[in-house]
Ligand binder design. Structure first.
Ligand code: NAG
Ligand code: NAG
Ligand code: NAG
Ligand code: NAG
Length: 389
């Protein structure tokens, strides 16, 4: 008896999740970016609010919630979450959204407005370059959405009114090189999939910057017919050497690939990755250091199926400068950020092995790693060199 009941309740959960998903997608779309009906507020016990600010002139829904939990005070020490679903609920709901949403014959994207780009920030805590991103986003509300996945212990909060406010997703610890990073990436994708307006999904870190203005980035991504996930094969310890025979027969050496963690996925790939119950668990189980899951899972997942690899550009849109022998790319602080550096990366045309770029096509939309100390110089150079701010 247990089994049919399990199936039935799973089916009911699916139906309810689906209905909720459809309903909230529309609600989400009809409201401004930073205030959504699913926003919940979590009070951290170990942070003491400083002097309470004067009460807001007009209590919004969010403020009323705060008022209830805090007796009308407020200020510091709150973590505002996008929702409080568990990973299981989240993945289930996300995997039931569609690759190209259609409602009664018309494309949902058409019905709901311009396709949006989801900017997904996988970070430790603060976003020191947020002021640069704010200038990049300015004037384009409705064409993007932001998701932030910090370490769960992070207690800071962006300013109200910032593009990052209320965009934090329930997170778990993500350790470099461990499967928890790949899980965090998938969690971000799942969150972003819940909004049917999102057509492209870009993974970023706190050290990433946009190299072009919003119009250029949005148009590049939404007009491309591929995802941008770097993938390559090479002999030696750092690529083929990381394959584990225990992954066979699901993951074969023929499909084994490596690539940068920093991807830009279309909706189809995002959905397939979130719904994947075949490759992901095998990687979780067997791809432990020196295997680095976030460098192998998505590239291999794509290479394993021609329907996916034919929709992938096999390169990343996020520049990083690697020096031979160093395990980390170069970091740019205050003194290394120059107009020449930024111009050089913007004009780089050497990102394909087969010289496949057409005239004027851009290699990199984003670049890393920029240190917090580089911010003033970046803000100064952005209007002249990068076309925003
Ligand atoms: C989310 O929060 C609401 C109340 O704010 C609570 O009733 C619900 O159980 C929570 N759900 C989860 C999954 O934590
Ligand atoms: C963005 O940059 C492109 C290319 O440099 C330029 O043609 C366009 O006018 C810019 N858009 C805005 C809104 O500044
Ligand atoms: C990308 O790589 C896959 C797998 O290695 C390959 O099948 C495909 O042809 C490549 N695509 C391009 C555009 O080079
Ligand atoms: C382009 O990249 C290839 C391989 O990454 C490298 O060998 C070559 O020197 C580069 N060319 C230029 C002009 O930078």
């Amino acid at each position: 008896m247990a089994k049919p009941w399990g199936l039935l309740s799973r089916f009911l959960l699916f139906s309810v999740a689906f209905a909720l998903g459809m309903a909230s997608n529309f609600l989400l779309r009809s409201l401004p970016n930073s205030a959504t009906p699913t926003t919940t507020v979590i009070q951290l016990a170990d942070t003491v609010p400083s002097a309470p600010p004067p009460p807001p002139p007009r209590a919004k829904k969010e403020d009323q919630q705060l008022g209830k939990e805090e007796g009308g005070g407020g200020g510091a020490g709150r973590v505002v979450m996008l929702h409080n679903m568990t990973d299981d609920e989240l993945l289930l709901r996300a995997s039931m959204t569609t690759a190209s949403p259609r409602i009664k014959g018309i494309s949902a994207l058409q019905a709901l407005g311009a396709p949006k780009v989801a900017f997904m920030f996988l970070v430790r805590g603060d976003l020191p370059l947020a002021p640069l991103w704010e200038r990049f986003f300015e004037g384009h509300r409705g064409m993007y959405s932001v998701y932030v996945h910090p370490d769960p212990s992070y207690a800071g909060s962006p300013e109200k009114g910032s593009s990052f406010y209320g965009r934090r997703v329930p997170s778990k610890e993500a350790r470099w090189g461990k499967s928890s990073i790949a899980e965090a990436e998938r969690r971000l994708l799942a969150n972003a999939l819940l909004d049917v307006g999102n057509a492209r999904f870009v993974l970023l870190s706190e050290s990433c910057i946009p190299l072009f203005n919003f119009t250029t980035v949005h148009s590049y991504l939404t007009h491309s017919t591929t995802s941008f996930v770097e993938l390559f094969d090479a002999p030696g310890f750092h690529v083929r050497g990381r394959y584990r025979p225990a992954m066979a027969p699901t993951v074969t050496p023929a499909h084994w690939r490596k690539g940068s963690q920093w991807f830009a996925a279309d909706r189809g790939l995002a959905l397939e990755a979130v719904a994947d119950e075949t490759y992901f668990p095998v990687f979780q189980q067997h791809c432990a250091p020196p295997c680095v899951m976030d460098e192998h899972y998505l590239p291999t997942f794509i290479a394993a199926f021609s329907g996916r690899s034919s929709r992938n550009a096999n390169r990343t849109l996020t520049y990083a400068r690697w020096t031979p022998g160093s395990p980390h790319p170069e970091s740019y602080g205050k003194d290394l950020v120059t107009a020449e550096l930024l111009e050089g990366v913007r004009n780089d045309r050497n990102c394909t092995t087969d010289g496949g770029l057409s005239d004027g096509e851009i290699c990199y939309l984003f670049a890393r790693k920029f240190l917090p100390a580089a911010l003033p110089e970046l803000l100064r150079l952005a209007p002249r060199i990068m076309g925003y701010g």
